[in-house]
Design a protein around this ligand. Structure first.
Ligand SMILES: NC(=O)c1ccc[n+]([C@@H]2O[C@H](COP(=O)([O-])OP(=O)(O)OC[C@H]3O[C@@H](n4cnc5c(N)ncnc54)[C@H](OP(=O)(O)O)[C@@H]3O)[C@@H](O)[C@H]2O)c1
Length: 291
């Protein structure tokens, strides 16, 4: 299933995420996903596994032109020239000439001029045909508003934390109002369990499990189906071939409006990831190596 972005480019709705996937596991996970039928991979310069994503793609034997590659510029590479160079680094590590989607990983609220300049770099890459689409991640409505005042091209996507425990209705509405696709990170709520802080996990939620039982599906499949029916793109992460396959097997059932509502109602309003306003170069800056 494809989603058409606001510039007409088709993007597979489900991609494989590879955050926290070790370089060694990345090659196998990407190859397994492509074997299963995925045609979209979401990585980032900051994940330090772009090279292995490229290797997994090549190992699959599937034509590069049939695969949608998405990656992200880290904040340490913000600024116009630095972002153009960040493209060169990412493309070289991935072993490709063109990226399908290149996005800013985070806003830098305390250095927003750098964020704007980075986005202007993305606009240039788009104009030069080096990327098929550009976008952002973790942008709150106020960041989107300033970006729109200062730049020309509406982002194709805003990749944000969305799962049943954190549904971000205001950001999703701002995205929709601007014609930006919401792409859900931690789409099955992985962040509610892997942080290990004792928070309850979406995978063992009784409401989600009850809905899953009615459909003969897993909690992860129900959450992914909920996201797709909301019109979101999803990028679930796994390093296990059987879960990679499970997360792709979500097209043979449909949630009812009541079930959609029951999932919406699980929102706690509590973010799993960092507060966007806490992202500073001092706290989160780190050098992204050359290719
Ligand atoms: N833009 C951003 O700031 C940002 C932030 C975070 C993530 N992301 C992107 O979003 C992707 C996904 O987010 P995420 O990794 O945080 O969370 P997620 O995809 O919601 O969950 C991943 C976690 O769930 C487990 N899992 C996967 N499939 C499962 C299944 N069917 N049943 C039970 N457990 C399952 C995985 O373990 P195993 O690997 O052991 O299966 C992993 O611990 C990332 O890989 C990355 O591409 C972006």
């Amino acid at each position: 299933m494809n989603i058409t972005l606001n510039n007409g480019v088709a993007m597979p709705a489900i991609g494989l995420g590879v955050f926290q996937t070790s370089p060694k596991d990345t090659v196998d996970a990407v190859a397994a996903a492509l074997q299963t039928g995925y045609r979209h991979i979401d990585t980032a310069a900051a994940y330090a596994n772009e090279r292995e994503v490229g290797e997994g793609i090549r190992r699959s034997g599937i034509d590069r032109s049939d695969i949608f590659i998405e990656t992200k510029v880290w904040i340490s590479d913000y600024g116009y020239d630095a972002t153009l160079h960040a493209f060169e680094k990412s493309a070289a590590k991935l072993g490709v000439d063109q990226l399908d989607l290149f996005i800013l990983h985070q806003p830098l609220p305390t250095a927003f001029e750098k964020t704007i300049d980075a986005y202007l770099g993305l606009e240039q890459l788009l104009a030069d045909g080096r990327v098929q689409a550009i976008g952002v991640s973790n942008f709150m409505p106020e960041h989107l508003a300033t970006l729109r005042e200062r730049t020309s091209i509406v982002p194709a996507v805003n990749q944000i934390e969305v799962h049943p425990y954190f549904t971000q209705p205001a950001v999703r509405q701002a995205n929709a109002d601007l014609g930006i696709l919401t792409q859900a990170w931690s789409p099955i709520g992985g962040i509610t369990s892997y942080r290990g802080d004792g928070a309850r996990s979406t995978f063992t939620d009784p409401v989600i499990l009850a809905i899953a039982a009615l459909h003969g599906k897993s909690a992860a499949q129900v959450m992914l189906r909920w996201q797709l029916q909301l019109g979101h793109s999803v990028i679930p992460k796994s390093v296990r071939a059987e879960r990679i396959a499970e997360n792709f097997d979500v097209f043979d059932f449909e949630l009812t409006p009541e079930q959609m509502g029951a999932l919406d109602a699980l929102d706690t309003g509590v973010r799993g990831g960092p507060e966007p306003d806490s992202i500073t170069l001092a706290a989160f800056g780190r050098e992204i190596p050359e290719a």
